[in-house]
Design a protein around this ligand. Structure first.
Ligand SMILES: Cc1cc2nc3c(=O)[nH]c(=O)nc-3n(C[C@H](O)[C@H](O)[C@H](O)COP(=O)(O)OP(=O)(O)OC[C@H]3O[C@@H](n4cnc5c(N)ncnc54)[C@H](O)[C@@H]3O)c2cc1C
Ligand code: FES
Length: 263
């Protein structure tokens, strides 16, 4: 039985859009809602429907940071203020951080979006955290600059922060005795990060990205092989211990035809 709460699409005009040609953040005034870091929305625009994580929410205005990766994302970031989007959500689970005192946050590429929202949330709750972000260039992370004093940045081209992969940034942090580590980023980046933090990072929670069609738990396109869990319903945030039992984690995902694509 599917719980229909939050699963009705509502239209909102695009309030503001900011960013660069590589990625933009789209803001909508949605008013008060119960939105937690890790939650995502289905964004409907023209003929496109795509899941996008919440990157900003202040109790009234919500923001989604969209990277130009293909047909739908390119059309969404070319939208103009005042144009209408359909928003369905908040969907999915969230990072469970209750009771933790010190949390390590790791975000790579567009995976910085839900982690940025989580960092802001922890800051408001006065929970201790360290953040490491990695991206190809500054264009993918400049939207996080309102928090830049609190974030360690790594870029592959050296355009901001330290040149290199974010795993470099983990070296100096691991004596800090974290209760929990929250991660979102490209799966091909995860094995090296996970190897580095193994045994020194507390509980590990990972936000997963899989091809989604309905986003409502109905179609099965986002099921993770071997563990039978749906990213849109039971996820997108999973325990590393659970993902380790799957066949596909860090190895492959399925495209829109259900065909495996290896990372
Ligand atoms: C829970 C969740 C949260 C997400 N949050 C964000 C976000 O905050 N910002 C953002 O820009 N994007 C996010 N995405 C990805 C987004 O939904 C789109 O998949 C992405 O924008 C590409 O769509 P497209 O139509 O532009 O590209 P397409 O033309 O559909 O595809 C371009 C390429 O991306 C691959 N691809 C498409 N969809 C996925 C997918 N879901 N998983 C893995 N590979 C895929 C295709 O196989 C292809 O190689 C999220 C996805 C999920 C499942
Ligand atoms: S996208 Fe349809 S079940 Fe998850």
């Amino acid at each position: 039985m599917i719980d229909l709460k939050n699963k009705i699409e509502t239209s909102y005009p695009l309030l503001q859009i900011s960013g660069n040609e590589k990625q933009k953040t789209l803001f909508f005034e949605i008013g008060k809602n119960e939105i937690l870091p890790g939650n995502f929305y289905m964004l409907h625009y023209g003929t496109c429907q795509k899941p996008v994580s919440v990157s900003h929410y202040d109790g009234k205005i919500i923001g989604f940071t969209v990277q130009n990766r293909g047909k739908c994302s390119a059309s969404m970031i070319s939208a103009k203020s005042g144009e209408y989007f359909g928003l369905t959500g908040p969907l999915g689970n969230s990072f469970e951080i209750d009771g933790y005192k010190k949390i390590l946050l790791i975000g790579g590429g567009i995976g910085t979006a839900p982690i940025f929202f989580l960092a802001n949330h922890l800051d408001k709750l006065k929970i201790g955290f360290d953040v490491v972000f990695g991206s190809r260039s500054v264009k993918e992370i400049e939207y996080t600059f309102p928090m830049k004093e609190k974030i360690r940045y790594f870029t592959e081209d050296g355009s901001y922060g330290t040149r290199g992969f974010l795993t470099l940034g983990l070296d100096g942090l691991l004596d800090n005795n974290y209760d929990c580590t929250c991660i979102c980023g490209p799966e091909k980046m995860l094995p090296s990060a996970l190897n580095k933090i193994a045994g020194r990072s507390g509980r590990i929670l990972i936000s997963m990205e899989r091809y989604m069609k309905c986003g409502l738990g109905l179609c099965g396109s986002c099921v993770i092989d071997g563990i039978g869990l749906r990213v849109c319903e039971e996820g997108p945030v999973f325990e590393h211990e659970v993902l380790k039992k799957s066949e596909e984690f860090t190895r492959y995902h399925r495209n829109e035809y259900g065909i495996r694509e290896y990372f």
